[in-house]
Ligand binder design. Structure first.
Ligand SMILES: Cc1cc2nc3c(=O)[nH]c(=O)nc-3n(C[C@H](O)[C@H](O)[C@H](O)COP(=O)(O)O)c2cc1C
Length: 204
């Protein structure tokens, strides 16, 4: 089993989403002795934003690219290959200003590529990254679960499903900036959600 863990907190220490994603990976590794982990920390090694240069590189034929354009496409190709090779994707996702971190959006912009990770057909777009399981650890200062203010869950479900990943489980740590008691409760609750996910898997 190949596991790809993507952390997207800007914090390199003390991040709740990173710790919860790491806990999920630990549970996956515990239940599968032969797992391999690829870890990408977008806080420590941020990816560039999609800009005109990136689009220019992508739409220039390979044999006509400048060295800089070739390097840019090669970087995204490597990210795509890493994801294609994964059986399980684990994302650590903080809420920043009501949305997903720009660092995670940059990764999504790098790996969503027509003809490679999805394709257009006469029946509409078809995702090509099928057969993967996805776990997403969410860390939020406030409370959004199951409310219209939760932009993250619908967005992540949409974009992952567009790419072919429909087996998605969310773990919520919410209320993390609502005082020490709320934080403690949120982290205990997230731990219980992880426990329930893996105990259910054992029973099934
Ligand atoms: C720049 C910034 C913006 C934030 N915006 C929100 C927000 O819109 N809603 C929210 O509930 N929490 C917000 N928070 C709180 C974080 O979601 C919370 O601290 C979370 O634990 C951060 O994830 P991490 O622990 O993995 O770093 C924000 C925090 C920062 C640093």
């Amino acid at each position: 089993m190949n596991i790809l863990q993507i952390n997207s907190s800007a914090r390199t220490a003390g991040s709740h989403s990173t710790r919860l994603a790491t806990d999920i990976v630990g549970r996956l590794q515990g239940s599968n002795g032969k797992s391999a982990l690829t870890l990408r920390d977008l806080g420590k090694a941020p990816l560039p934003a999609l800009d005109e240069a990136a689009l220019g590189a992508l739409f220039t034929p390979a044999d006509q690219r400048t060295p800089a354009q070739a390097a840019r496409v090669a970087q995204d190709n490597a990210l795509i290959a890493e994801l294609q090779a994964a059986d399980v994707l684990v994302l650590g996702v903080p809420m920043y200003n009501f949305g997903v971190p720009a660092a995670l959006k940059n990764w999504i912009d790098a790996i969503a590529r027509a003809g490679v990770t999805f394709k257009y057909t006469d029946k509409g777009p078809v995702g090509l990254l099928t057969g993967k399981k996805v776990y997403i650890a969410l860390a939020r200062g406030g409370l959004y679960r199951d409310t219209p203010a939760d932009t993250q869950v619908p967005y992540l479900r949409s974009v992952l499903s567009f790419l072919g990943m429909t087996d998605v489980q969310f773990v919520y740590a919410e209320g993390l900036t609502m005082g020490p008691d709320a934080e403690k409760k949120a982290l205990a609750g997230a731990g219980q959600q992880i426990e329930a996910l893996f105990n259910a898997a054992v029973v099934a």
